[in-house]
Design a binder for this molecule. Sequence first.
Ligand SMILES: O=C(O)CCC(=O)C(=O)O
Ligand SMILES: [Fe+2]
Length: 322
Amino acid sequence: MSTDEITLPLIDLSGYINPKSPGDKERVIAEVREACTQYGFFQTKGHGIPLSVQRGLLQSIDTLFNMPKEEKRKLSYLENVSRRGYEESGVSLREGDALPDSKEAYYMGREDPVVEHSGFYGPNVWPPLPEEQFRGPVWDYYQATYGLGQTIWEILLQGLGHSTSMMETFAKKPMVPMKMIRYPPLSATLPGQFGVGAHNDFGGVTVLLQQPGRHGLEVWLEGKETWLPVQATEDVYVINCGDMIMNWSGGEYKSAKHRVINKADNESRLSCATFFHGDIFATNPLNPADPNKATVGQLLVKRFRNQMSFHKELIAEVGAQA
Ligand SMILES: O=C(O)CCC(=O)C(=O)O
Ligand SMILES: [Fe+2]
């Protein structure tokens, strides 16, 4: 079979969210388990996020990135203790990549009024745009994907025979960063430069919205040694598992490598990824008997310490190894 005939599974979540008959929930749990075991990725409809909320978010991302460059730079995430705000094109560079990502991004997360745990929690950076053009639609969207991320976690837990009550301790005050992204057209990228270079997501569940029709995401198929292009279809989300889920599930759920190349000559591409990781002090909910008691916070610091320059106090607080 060539990759032309392979597509990611498309799972209708409405059977789980609004079950109509007795077997509906179990069927969805089994489908998600199968997709995550085989690919670590699936696409979904019937997810319950209104189209108007998705469109509102895409419109806000467009408005944000169309602000003048100097205005965007004033919102730099590098100046913010919680690493919220704007990242310009050409900043993200993974080890081994020849060139930095062409994407520009904007980071936000939970809205906690006070900076706590040396910046893990804190307020967002909001651009100077009218409430109805940015903060309103973005916050509505954030809450909707926060809810969807939580639902997927519940499904993944049940897929391994656990109860959803695990979520009470796992997601008391979960880390749920969200990244809004704009990829420049191909004509504005350097030869060999990726929108986002090949990577595995760090942690929990990723809920990804792609601008309809603006393809570009590719997933690495381990067995086939090839990249699978993923369609960007309106109202269809992409869900994937990060490395933390793969390790915590003993490899049952996969974390697949992926990258983005915007092949459109003259059109930029928008997307938005919400990463539902879990409470910073939570340990493995997918295998409560796991002797490894590393917490979400410790794993995060370990993975990002070179990129994020965490404060010493934070490293001490989560008890991560120096
Ligand atoms: O923009 C996309 O389609 C994917 C983005 C992504 O993989 C990420 O932000 O981790
Ligand atoms: Fe990713």
